[in-house]
Write a protein that binds this ligand. Structure first.
Ligand SMILES: [Zn+2]
Length: 345
């Protein structure tokens, strides 16, 4: 484990082709019943092994046990009808068939806690577990019961807090909340989104991360990015609020983006998990490119607060590409780490 400039994966890694169809979101499982349970565990073991081999310090499950980062969590809740699906526009960008809230939402049993305990048993490295954030959850379903995005987000925040506390008890060191919706619904972030996120992390001793990005490297997202102009300033809306929040780490996209790197100044004092790997391109970054991205960030964040990561999840990438990108991430971080260490001597 590198204490200085540790590396981490934001969330998903590609699944093996024997478990689910590759390069596809919401890819259906290729196994069933007990074989599926065993297959998920084997894939998780492989994900941990690959991260270890490729020098990833803060290890995650690569989301091998879930079909999707939001819907798999929602599937386990009561009050949500998965038969009765509706088509909605996600983050005002692309259409998807989503479940409907038809009654009070509740978590009748833990969702990911067993999987997290399994991950804990596979490695002595610090482990990180990702959950969807409350605002991103409500944006990934249809609601016919609460009829208020704010009320439903508040309910989800309470449920996420229960789950997060049990993940912490299972030995998870870092708990991440994925809130790509924070880059879209700025008024709601101010009005209740931040409060809901604070509710989700209330009382946690584990380190907490919020991951805010421009999405997976799928066409709907790259098309959207093309409309955002020469400078992407969306983070300027949420970062001042996050700087004042109790969240420990902010995860943002950077490499190959049009995000002005100085936005990091707005979260001064927080740890920064910086995206130094592009998940929208199959080109493998050169270690020196990764190092360049990290060096630029170091003008705005103290070296002991910087974590190197990918821009977003890698589920839609070919498996060999994603794994090569992990190696590039580690190699790039190692270059900057040795420069920083040399400067200290
Ligand atoms: Zn992301």
């Amino acid at each position: 484990m590198n204490a200085l400039l540790p590396t981490a994966v934001v969330g998903s890694l590609p699944k093996p082709s024997w478990l689910a169809e590759p390069e596809k979101l919401w890819s259906p499982w290729a196994l069933q019943g007990d074989a599926l349970v065993e297959g998920k565990q084997d894939a998780l073991r492989a994900a941990v092994h690959e991260q270890g081999q490729r020098g990833i310090d803060i290890v995650s499950d690569g989301e091998q046990t879930r079909q999707h980062f939001v819907t798999t969590f929602i599937e386990h809740l009561s009050g949500v009808d998965f038969e009765n699906r509706e088509t909605v526009r996600i983050r005002n960008r692309y259409e998807a068939s989503v479940p409907t809230v038809v009654g009070p939402v509740g978590r009748e049993k833990p969702v990911f806690v067993e999987d997290a305990a399994f991950l804990r048993a596979q490695t002595d490295q610090p482990i990180k577990w990702a959950l969807p954030g409350p605002m991103t959850m409500i944006d990934t379903l249809s609601d016919r019961y609460y009829k208020s995005r704010e009320r439903l987000a508040w309910e989800f925040a309470g449920i996420l807090n229960q789950e997060a506390k049990e993940l912490e008890a299972a030995g998870v060191d870092v708990i991440q909340f994925d809130e790509p919706a924070f880059n879209v619904f700025f008024d709601e972030v101010r009005d209740w989104g931040m409060a809901a996120l604070e509710r989700a992390v209330e009382g946690l001793r584990a380190e907490t991360v919020v991951h805010i990005c421009y999405g997976y490297g799928i066409k709907a997202n790259t098309d959207w990015k093309a409309t955002l102009g020469p400078e992407w300033r969306q983070y300027e809306e949420s970062f001042p609020l996050l700087q004042q929040s109790s969240i420990d780490i902010v995860s943002l996209e950077s490499h190959n983006s049009r995000i002005p790197i100085e936005v990091i100044e707005l979260i001064r004092g927080k740890k920064v998990m910086l995206g130094a790997i592009d998940v929208a391109s199959h080109d493998i970054e050169r270690p020196e490119e990764v190092a360049g991205t990290l060096r630029r960030a170091l003008e705005f964040v103290d070296a002991d607060k910087l974590i190197a990561s990918s821009n977003c999840g890698m589920a839609p990438l070919p498996r060999d590409v994603a794994l090569a990108k992990l190696s590039a991430l580690s190699a790039g971080a190692a270059i900057v780490r040795s420069e920083l260490t040399a400067a200290l001597v």
